[in-house]
Design a protein around this ligand. Structure first.
Ligand code: FMN
Length: 156
């Protein structure tokens, strides 16, 4: 049995709920990726901060060191909201904090309507893993579809 980690970042809860759905479908451990400095709840404020972070390819500091969690897993699902047509930069902080060699890294995302915009490929490139078929929930999460995708992704 492979050890599964479901790592996610969520600002307003949608991706957290999606991560919980994945966890229910495939088991494994939920792990929240949190920034050291929390983002403001205000949409406009976080929009401006995220834009700056994206433009500078920032690597915001993580609240917790994820190395042990990543090391212990064979399969890592990584969930995130689309932020400015990319994954939030904190996702790349997470990916660069440990080696993913020999592990599967499977992205899933939620968005307000835009596509993955290459974020899935960028994730594989930064983590140096083989690209995997990612899942995207646009506007709304279809729990059944998401659960079926996750089960298929791990061959369950
Ligand atoms: C800073 C920021 C940037 C966003 N950029 C995009 C975007 O480029 N495309 C899109 O479709 N939605 C965008 N959204 C909407 C979120 O991707 C969407 O609401 C997502 O489901 C939120 O997930 P969460 O509740 O887990 O934070 C953005 C939201 C925020 C806060």
């Amino acid at each position: 049995m492979s050890k599964i980690l479901i790592a996610y970042f969520s600002h307003s809860g949608t991706t957290r709920r999606a991560a919980e759905t994945v966890q229910k479908a495939v088991g494994g451990k939920l792990y929240e990726i949190e920034p050291k400095n929390a983002y403001p709840a205000s949409y406009n404020e976080v929009l401006a901060i995220a834009k700056k972070e994206k433009e500078s390819e920032a690597r915001p500091a993580l609240k917790n060191d994820p190395v042990a969690e990543i090391k212990a897993a064979d399969v890592v699902f990584v969930g995130y909201p689309l932020w400015w047509y990319d994954a939030p930069m904190i996702i790349y902080s997470f990916l660069e904090s440990a080696s993913f060699k020999g592990k599967r890294l499977i992205p899933f995302a939620t968005s307000g309507g835009s596509g993955l915009s290459g974020s899935d490929e960028k994730i594989a490139s930064i983590a140096k893993t083989k690209p995997e078929k990612a899942y995207l929930a646009r506007f709304k999460t279809d729990d059944k579809e998401l659960a079926a995708w996750a089960a298929e992704a791990i061959g369950k």
